[in-house]
Design a protein. Structure first.
Ligand code: GLC
Length: 500
């Protein structure tokens, strides 16, 4: 075989391998039906009392955690409250002023979580919560020095704590960590009350005036802040009214919450349900923790790359398997694993003879960020120059134009699978709550936050496309309004602290 023939044969083999992978990433309408039906089944199971011997920590089903929030704000709420937000790569502390007219103003301080708190296995809860308290102190010094100076004599300032990890919530201001997700691995936090841990460190740092009065998840915050900011009161004039029904996050992680009828949350003790209903409460927010959908892999599409990422590379093997196919933390990791595999099969990046010679960034887990994929996704430059630059800058990885065409196909298959799967929980919740057949024309709003839904090019259109292919159908999809609800974690936590 001549060199040219050999080259052509390799190119054909690459295309064939890549097309096969893209096929494996396809989510068909039949799959959407199957997954949506299973999601509804799992939601129902998660609302019922656990089987004997099962706990939220041991169970592989949907956690469906009652959030102890029983009402939605209407935008008239007022007050100045503190909010702290731990959920991904940053810790944020804010002072939120709710103006009572759907608007708010906010001062905030954001700090990157130091890498050693994430990577080092010897880190303790005190290290992490000590860091949070020190950042809170820096914030108080800058924005509330008078309160700080008054010490114990100050009027307590109410703080809502958005803690975006699975927590077994026991009341509005207490909950124990079920397990870490999104990279943390501090073993001694699991099973502890995160409000207490934070409050103790605040006390230790001389802040008795800061009272953590509410604990919430970022999805709950997103839902509440969306309710607060969206002005639906002029339904008479606008003709249409959309009801907020879901708060969701598609970012580093993915998750959502919705309002469920208290009567249906049968895992809540009967006395508590009776008491709430007597008080006139009918609904409670459920934090679905949908990252954990189908941890048993009965229906989720699974490729060999998903298995390696979960079992060998993630910090929580066997859990959050839906998240590992959908969220921003994993999109780049899926691509990285495919590229390394295609290289090992002699199909791509053949200028490197062995795996050891590949650029270190390409062989290091979680070094390829979803932001790089977002550049590749929409690259229409000649020879895919943007892609070339992006891969050079992020991974120091040179590529040929033909390799880049294949890489772009892979990127699009990965993001499409993510967006199609993302439609499943939304369709399932809308069907289960019958939201599209209620009130007015059944128009519904979904408050979303997170880097993927906000910035990944085409994500929202692909998601909508999948909603139309799902059991909701095109007519159902048209009634769904996806709204970006920015800053949910801050405003939502403040709203929680206000009602606590
Ligand atoms: C992870 C967490 C969940 C959070 C989501 C989005 O899935 O377990 O609590 O809401 O990420 O940040």
């Amino acid at each position: 075989m001549s060199f040219d023939d050999l080259h052509k044969a390799t190119e054909r083999a690459v295309i064939q391998a890549v097309d096969q992978i893209c096929d494996d990433f396809e989510v068909t309408p039949e799959k959407l039906d199957e997954l949506t039906a299973y999601f509804i089944e799992q939601m129902e199971k998660g609302l019922a009392p656990p089987k004997e011997g099962h706990t939220l920590a041991s169970d592989k089903g949907l956690p469906m955690i009652p959030a102890f929030v029983t009402g939605s704000p209407n935008g008239t709420e007022r007050g100045v409250l503190l909010a702290a937000d731990l959920g991904g790569t940053n810790f944020r502390i804010c002072s939120v002023n709710l103006h009572g007219d759907h608007t708010f103003s906010m001062e905030q301080m954001k700090s990157k979580i130091p890498d050693d708190l994430l990577d080092d296995e010897n880190v303790t809860s005190d290290d992490l919560f000590g860091f949070l308290a020190r950042r809170t102190l820096a914030f108080m010094k800058k924005y509330h020095p008078d309160e700080l100076a008054k010490g114990k004599d100050a009027n307590p300032m109410r703080l809502g704590f958005t803690f975006s990890y699975p927590v077994d919530q026991t009341s509005l201001n207490s909950g124990t960590l079920i397990r870490w997700t999104k990279g943390f691995r501090i073993a001694d936090t699991v099973g502890k009350d995160v409000v207490q841990l934070y409050q103790e460190q605040l006390r230790a740092q001389g802040m008795p005036m800061v009272k953590v009065v509410a604990l919430t998840n970022d999805t709950v915050g997103t839902y509440l802040s969306h309710c607060y900011t969206s002005d639906n009161t002029d339904s008479m004039t606008s003709g249409e009214i959309s009801e907020p029904v879901i708060g969701c996050i598609f970012g580093t992680g993915t998750n959502g919450c919705y309002m469920e009828e208290i009567n249906k949350i049968t895992k809540l003790p009967q006395e508590l349900r009776d008491k709430l209903i007597k008080e006139g409460k009918t609904h409670m927010i459920i934090n679905v923790e949908w990252g954990s959908f189908d941890n048993e892999l009965k229906h989720l599409p699974t490729t060999k790359y998903d298995v390696v990422i979960d079992q060998k590379l993630s910090t929580n093997p066997g859990f959050h398997l839906f998240e590992k196919r959908v969220s921003g933390m994993f999109l780049g990791e899926v691509l990285r694993n495919i590229l390394v595999d295609l290289h090992s099969q002699g199909l791509l990046l053949q200028q490197y003879r062995t795996k050891e010679q590949l650029p270190r960034h390409l062989t290091t887990p979680f070094q390829l960020s979803s932001e790089v994929l977002s550049h590749i996704e929409i690259d229409d430059s000649t020879g895919l120059r943007e892609t070339e630059l992006s891969l050079l800058q992020s991974l120091r990885l040179p590529t040929t134009p033909t390799e880049r065409v294949q890489i772009q196909k892979l990127v699009r298959a990965i993001s499409r699978r993510s967006a199609y799967l993302a439609a499943v929980p939304l369709a399932a919740i809308l069907i289960k709550t019958n939201a599209l057949n209620k009130r007015y024309h059944g128009e519904v709003e979904i408050g979303c936050d997170g880097s993927v839904v906000e910035y990944y090019p085409g994500f929202r259109s692909m998601l909508r496309h999948a909603l139309a292919l799902s059991p909701l159908g095109a007519e159902g999809e048209r009634k769904v309004h996806l709204k970006i609800a920015k800053d949910g974690s801050g405003v939502g936590a403040a709203l929680c602290a206000l009602v606590a």
